[in-house]
Design a protein. Structure first.
Length: 279
């Protein structure tokens, strides 16, 4: 019987997608139980690398898995959660002053996020891993030419809404179908960006289906870009000065990005030209 491993999952969609690079190889040796956001069940629906998911709600969210725990998060509070809940072996990066809370500490390095997760898996498995970030797409048909993602958790990472608005019209002038996508919290932003074009605020299962049906997903450095990439959809990511593509670019298409020191100065025609090369 495989040993059970409790994995504290990242809080962000993009990081959760990239963590698949560690989860799949770990699942060959351990029964994986994931502790994290409630939407993880929908994100990984149809996948077979985990046995169960426990929604994380507050610092004393405990599970029956007590022997072995792996922290994919770097926060002090996540390590404290494992300690308070009686997880005996606590493995993770030595970050945020939490080293004394861990039983096995790994030195953090500045490298792509996928490689950071892979290093944690390699520590447990004691073998080298070739990172793979793949999720099964729910559909195969490509019915939407371009999906635009104008939102993101941090305003500093967002290309101006007015530029997304102009970009959508440029695609329509070429008779390409366009759909703007974001969360329910981003509805007002989507209304501004889409203008007269359609937009959607789907749940996680709906988001996966939309991204899988797209020929190209274009947007800011945010979670849906990583999800689209993992399902094999072409992506084009806009990076500003706040994030580094060497660390955060979608793993399978690390070259498909535009980086600028000033997001406002990056014009729609520049992005349109690059996008048309990918379509």
């Amino acid at each position: 019987m495989m040993e059970k491993l409790l994995v504290r999952m990242p809080n962000w969609l993009g990081d959760s997608v990239m963590s698949v690079a560690a989860l799949r190889p770990l699942s060959r040796k351990y029964e994986l139980y994931l502790l994290g956001k409630p939407w993880l069940g929908e994100l990984f629906y149809g996948e077979e690398f985990f046995k169960g998911i426990y929604p994380y709600r507050f610092i004393l969210t405990c599970t029956p898995i007590k022997n072995l725990g792996l922290l994919l998060t770097n926060s002090f509070s996540s390590a404290l959660n494992f300690l308070l809940c009686g997880v005996r072996e606590r493995i993770g990066y030595q970050k945020e002053g939490r080293g004394f809370l861990l039983t096995k500490k790994i030195k953090w390095a500045k490298e792509h996020q996928v490689l950071r997760y892979t290093r944690l898996a390699e520590f447990l498995l004691k073998e080298s891993i070739t990172p793979e970030v793949r999720l099964n797409p729910p559909v195969q048909e490509k019915e939407i030419d371009v999906v635009l993602v104008p939102g993101g958790s941090r305003p500093s990472r967002r290309w101006p809404v007015s530029h997304f608005k102009r970009l959508g019209k440029m695609f329509r002038e070429k008779r390409l179908s366009v759909l703007y996508v974001g969360s329910e919290k981003e509805k007002e932003l989507l209304q501004q960006a889409s203008d007269t074009l359609p937009f959607s605020t789907p749940d996680m299962l709906g988001l996966k289906e939309i991204l899988a049906r797209a020929r190209l997903v274009l947007g800011n450095d945010t979670g849906p870009m990583h999800l689209a990439d993992a399902m094999g959809t072409k992506v084009l990511v806009i990076f500003g000065p706040a994030t580094d593509p060497e660390i955060n670019a979608p793993w399978n298409q690390k070259e498909n990005y535009i980086r600028t020191k000033n997001l406002s100065s990056l014009q729609p025609d520049q992005v349109f030209e690059k996008a048309m090369e990918l379509l």
